[in-house]
Design a protein around this ligand. Sequence first.
Ligand code: THU
Length: 160
Amino acid sequence: MQKQKLSFELTIFDGLAELLKEDQDLIAKAVGARKNAYAPYSNFQVGAAVLMENGEVVIGSNQENASYPSGLCAERVAVFQAGALYPGVQIKAVAITATSKNHVVDSPAAPCGNCRQSMLEYETKQKKPIKLILMGETGKVIQCNSIADILPLGFDSSFL
Ligand code: THU
């Protein structure tokens, strides 16, 4: 028998000013994307911005539905659109931010399990880590170095 502990490193910034300019710009795009969220049921607006290796930025926001499971998270709207627009172009980074009509989101919004799985697919395919930048409306900003870090024991095509 063997026991193994898994750990990963993340960076916590006290505020946006501490980030690289490129990452600040990407978060700004994600903040802009929040405005296009269609979230009449949760009142929780999420924006995502995907920076591609070719310099293009693709944005997405959560799109809800009266049939709740038919809605889609911001990250998946953004990465699927990135894949559809720029097939074969690698993803450098994804910024995600959330706001709410019910309360102040003062800590970073973390991607749900489905979004982690969807983003892992692209990271595995491109064989290069995707940087994640997470922010609420205010407060600290978290940077993760790869999607695999936040989805340990993830499922990928090697199992098929
Ligand atoms: N949501 C996202 O857009 N991304 C996540 O990773 C977590 C949740 C959305 C889905 C739904 O529209 C709302 O936030 C509340 O769950």
